[in-house]
Design a protein around this ligand. Sequence first.
Ligand code: SAH
Length: 222
Amino acid sequence: MVIREDNLKFQGARRRMVEKLRVRLTEEGLIDEKVMEAMMKVPRHVFFESAFDTGFAYENTAFKIGAGQTISHPHTVAVQSALLEVKKRQKVLEIGTGSGYQAAILMELGVKLFSIERQKELYDKVVRFLPAMGYRPKLFYGDGYIGMPSYAPYDRCVVTAAAPYIPDPLVDQLAPGGILVIPVGDGEVQDMIRIIKNQDGSTKTEQYGQFSFVPMLKKTAR
Ligand code: SAH
């Protein structure tokens, strides 16, 4: 396991990434200063598979993280994190741990994070990597379509892969007042959907523009 060092060059690039995001998110009405602070803190370049890519780590693009998967664009991470409106100590379920970058941002926001990954290779990597970075999430190798009932209910749930439909178990496992953020669609682009669960269990659905994710697949892969 390589943990790449942070340095002034990376910090400068990160600051420029956050400044650009701040301008764009302000225009889009999705700016959350706490999320911007978290993104300034977490060194994105250490989550990449290839050292070759680290020079581009703070550009607004997706990158390979192994097993044919990608780390989400910084803008996508910022939007999903803002839509979640997390509060400290809330229980958050993430589907698609991937590189662990989105997980790290959420943990910087002070939440208790539970995250599921279906690719064994990525799970095996992140289960050592995040603790080595000083983060203590609960990680699972499994299929996010069924959520993680044993630790439910969750205050928040975020899906970081393109879901062809909204899996019922994820809505069921939300606490009253809970929020689910999920990109839905089976084409090239997906609609970012936010579902708010009311106190009486009914739900309200909102839509926040189009994004592009790798597909949410069924069952686990070795
Ligand atoms: N949050 C990640 C994004 C990784 S891309 C990050 O910050 O890096 C999406 C991830 O979702 C991939 O790693 C993919 O393997 C995973 N995934 C896809 N379908 C899944 C499912 N049904 N259950 C759990 N993880 C899934």
